[in-house]
Design a protein. Sequence first.
Length: 288
Amino acid sequence: MLNLLTKLFLAVTPAANTAGEGASKAAEDPGWVNAFINKLYDPTWNAEHRFQIWALIVFVLISTGFGLPTPEDIWLMLAGFTTWLSSGGEFVWYYYLPVLVLCSISNVIGDLVAWGMGYRWGLGVRDRFKFVRKMITDKRLARVQGWFDNYGLWAVFFGRLVAGVRFVTFVMAGTMKIKWWKFALVDFCACMCSIPIWLTLGALIAIHGREYADNLSKQLSTGILAGGAVLLVVVVAFYKIRNARRAAREDAAVSKEVDLSSDAVKAATPAKPGDPAEAEVELGRKSP
């Protein structure tokens, strides 16, 4: 994803870093891409066009929730990128906190649209909209269904963090009639966990430029794979232990019910003549 961002926004280094050699390259290869990227790195341009930039970011973040085919991570990095430049090249928490909340709410709004599609039409939404049919494949549907069977509402949390199955997860949540406020709450918590990472990456790209983005993309790819593998192992181990304990408790409860049922049957069944239990009763009657 960072490589894609580099191609889109960082095809040249910042204007501050292109004084010598970069200037000659720009002169040899002038074009709207170079001009646009240089403007992106210009704090004044960002300040003058902040409304247009943020309108675009919010629109895309909402639209990706219900099917717009673009990686939302790129736009979250762009949010961190422009916030850094707008704050004068320093970390200002009261700039980033509203950005974090705005991006999270934008994502949740779009995700609620997908949830509403599942709530109203169920899996029949695939037949109603052609683009949905391409996104909700049988393979993805089976994968997400397994998450909901094993983890319940937490499947929404994990689904938000996994690109490629977000839309399927949100539609499935609506199909399963999960209450909208529970869905929105879990989804918002997942956004608050993941979005700060992308905002930080965008700010780092604004600080260090293209070379840093290239190196970071390689390191991040390895780090995400390693971190994801560790997280997956931890989550699977946790749920396996929990399910094993739950199964043991259920077996114990079933055994107890069986024992109680056996005792009740014995108490309700009359003793036959010659039965030891009947003999004991008779001896008890005869004894003074």
